[in-house]
Ligand binder design. Structure first.
Ligand SMILES: [Zn+2]
Length: 330
């Protein structure tokens, strides 16, 4: 059809292209079940497929809007040195950075905001997978330290929403150094008696899983999220055994006791609020009242797959987490 394109006047080409673009942007096809959803509806559902519940990727700013409402404040992150190793593969690292910055409008793969969640002060750091696979370079390490510092200063909980392929190879050993640095950031927060909660989203792998993503007081994960250190193929080749189908998925890790809960994205804000209501005092002037002895309120896991030793019977009699937490917040 090239000859047709050649003789079509540019005005008419443009007309048709515009029509195509609008068709692309009005609907989104679910990658899991092929269901077509009107984009406005999908946004209402926080990019969870209304047909099969598949959790699609969302941007860092959208995530902060969902968790903190519109009233959150962005925390400026310190700028780090670009391309300290003068790295070049098929393309120089600097030009990769430039492209991703232009495309995302963000400086690097971490966005930090502070606000309120369920009447508690929180600092939320969100990794953006669309920015170089959410890879952990010096900018992420620096960003997490800034977020931790802010949490300590304002006596807030730190919540990190992870999505990363691991360390950023273009920064070599410097990116690996962010593992101990981010661990220090976590220790700063926990050392002050403030909660550190991790929300694992699809995918969280490599050096991120080997550091701050697994150091939380509580670990939540989105349904179906891939969470692991090395990929399944590498493990299969090493141990020479066939791995189960759902290996390294959130539900599998819950079953094995690696994480605490698998939470639907649409209920995430509510559940985080409930967890924080047990772990910390409410903000001054907030509507929620402090619980006198919050440590006496057990965190009850509703999933049958999980059972704490010696608490089986007690757990069966308890309401699900949301109800137990709501009671604590009253
Ligand atoms: Zn679907």
């Amino acid at each position: 059809m090239n000859w047709l394109n050649d003789i079509t006047p540019p005005g008419i080409k443009k007309m048709f292209r515009q029509q195509d673009d609008s068709q692309d942007t009005l609907w989104t096809r679910c990658p899991a079940c092929d269901h077509m959803t009107f984009n406005n509806d999908l946004e209402q559902e926080q990019h969870v497929c209304p047909n099969c519940g598949h959790h699609m990727a969302i941007g860092a700013v959208d995530r902060l809007n969902h968790l903190l409402g519109e009233g959150w404040e962005r925390i400026d992150l310190p700028e780090t040195k670009d391309d300290p190793l003068k790295f070049k593969d098929t393309k120089p690292y600097t030009s990769r950075l430039r492209d991703y910055r232009k495309k995302s409008g963000e400086h690097d793969a971490l966005v930090v905001g502070k606000g309120e969640l369920g009447g508690r002060k929180v600092v939320v750091a969100v990794q953006n997978f669309k920015f170089m696979g959410g890879s952990m370079g010096t900018a992420i390490g620096e960003g997490l330290l800034t977020a931790a510092d802010e949490a300590v200063k304002s006596r807030a909980a730190l919540i990190v929403v992870t999505a990363s392929g691991g360390a950023r190879m273009q920064e070599g050993i410097l990116s690996l150094m962010q593992m101990p640095r981010s661990t220090l950031a976590v220790q700063m927060v926990q050392g002050e008696g403030l909660p550190y909660v991790v929300v694992l989203t699809n995918p969280t792998t490599g050096g991120v899983t080997a550091s701050y993503a697994m150091l939380g007081d509580v670990h939540l994960a989105e349904p179906g999220a891939l969470i692991g250190f090395a990929g399944p193929r590498v493990i299969e080749q090493t141990i020479r055994e066939k791995l189960p189908e759902d290996f390294q998925r959130a539900e599998y890790l819950l079953d094995k006791g690696m994480i605490d809960r698998v939470t639907d994205r649409r209920k995430l804000a509510e559940e985080l609020g409930a967890i924080l209501s047990v772990l910390m005092e409410p903000q001054e002037g907030a509507a929620a009242q402090p619980e006198e002895q919050p440590e006496e309120q057990p965190i009850v896991i509703e999933d049958e797959s999980y059972s704490a030793p010696k608490q089986d019977e007690a757990a069966n009699d308890q309401p699900p987490l949301s109800e137990a937490m709501a009671k604590a917040a009253e």
